[in-house]
Design a protein around this ligand. Structure first.
Ligand code: ADP
Ligand code: MG
Length: 358
């Protein structure tokens, strides 16, 4: 695992393993229940990652086909709106907004307005630690990661000067949203939006809510590791989900938890990184230091809303433990497990109750 690409494929492999675990329902407690034969679909085209939809409800194949088709249409819509690398005919998406930064306000789809308002709310809730306007800084790290993947021997990190200069263009106030006129403008030509920390989780939540409105129960969405569970297993038990060990992501899970009717999102140093100057540089950037966040090696957030779980997974990662813990304690229904680089784990009481005891 030395480049982004191998990291991605490794993640895919683990997701497959996790999916296999879910499918097999292996482990002491679940094995005692009647095995449930799920229906499943996998998509490779959204958010540059792998997406799974499983149905454990025993619905007819026709109904599952309809629901998975509607889910994939919705994911595709969000994928296009959130794409920062490509534009699409007939819509103004995040790529368009970035290109036109400093220019006129642009009319955008209502879904994008709602998402960007939510992104502002999350920036505020997380005291700026998850900020979608960090694009100018993230771009510098992204360029280095791409270069390192092309030619590892020439790997470098951004200069302090470049990071500091970019950080002058990251205020959330540079994102101007007019909900009445349904327009958005990035007011600074040097600023740009990057929704890597929030987009997948939010889209997953929107897909889950659509399924819930249609009465779906016993569905599992896994969009690039953003797991959102709709209902519980038909026998009332939770789904067994493995949490990777950041010190040995290829090895056995650090723990397994039972979850139902909730979202589960993890962020970790092992997900995307590159090596330069003999050190590993991962992809979650602390807005205060402008360098990869250093307190934790991973953390897992469990809360009903997958958008909130995704926002928190990144934001909590950028804080020290006390800040991170006090934010979690101030919120209702949020359970977290923190992994430290020395192998220590700390968790909320609610999280410890979810652990599968074999
Ligand atoms: P992943 O997308 O790998 O599941 P995260 O949800 O933690 O992991 O999001 C990481 C991505 O979010 C990065 O690749 C980058 O695009 C963006 N990002 C990194 N640090 C921040 C931050 N502090 N605030 C907002 N976005 C960030
Ligand atoms: Mg996140």
């Amino acid at each position: 695992m030395v480049s982004i690409h191998s990291g991605r494929w490794f993640r895919f492999f683990i997701l497959m393993m996790a999916a296999a675990l879910l499918l097999a329902g292996c482990g002491s407690q679940v094995q005692e229940t009647k095995p449930i034969e799920p229906k499943g679909k996998v998509y490779f085209t959204y958010f540059d990652t792998v997406s799974y939809i499983y149905d454990y409800s025993g619905d007819s194949a026709e109904r599952f086909d309809d629901r998975s088709a509607e889910t994939s249409l919705l994911l595709e819509e969000y994928h296009r709106l959130f794409d920062i690398y490509h534009e699409y005919a007939g819509i103004n998406n995040l790529c368009t907004l970035n290109k036109k930064a400093g220019g006129e306000a642009l009319p955008v789809d209502e879904k994008l307005i709602d998402f960007l308002l939510y992104a502002k709310e999350m920036e505020n809730l997380t005291h700026g630690e998850m900020n979608v306007m960090l694009g100018a800084v993230l771009r510098l790290w992204h360029e280095c990661r791409e270069e390192a993947s092309e030619s590892p021997s020439k790997a470098r990190i951004p200069t302090e000067e470049a990071l500091y200069a970019a950080s002058a263009h990251t205020s959330i106030d540079l994102l101007e949203i007019d909900p009445e006129k349904k327009t958005v403008r990035i007011s600074d030509p040097e600023a740009s939006i990057d929704v890597g920390a929030l987009g997948k989780g939010y889209a997953t939540e929107m897909a889950a809510r659509m399924l819930e409105e249609k009465g779906a129960l016993g569905y599992v969405l896994n969009i690039g590791g953003n797991i959102r569970i709709i209902g519980s297993r038909p026998d009332g038990t939770g789904w067994k989900t493995g949490i990777r060990n950041p010190s040995d992501p290829d090895g056995a899970f650090a723990m397994q938890i039972y979850i139902s009717d909730t979202a589960c999102v993890s962020s970790g140093v092992y997900e995307r990184f590159f090596v330069a100057e003999g050190k590993r540089w991962h992809h979650i950037i602390d807005p205060d230091t402008l360098y990869p966040a250093a307190t934790f090696s991973a953390l897992t957030v469990i809360t009903k809303d997958s958008g909130l779980a995704d926002a928190l997974s990144t934001a909590l990662f950028c804080m020290d433990y006390e800040q991170s813990r006090s934010l979690v304690d101030s919120l209702d229904g949020v359970e977290v497990c923190w992994f430290f680089p020395d192998g220590e784990q700390r968790m909320t009481e609610g999280f410890s109750k979810l652990i599968v005891k074999e």
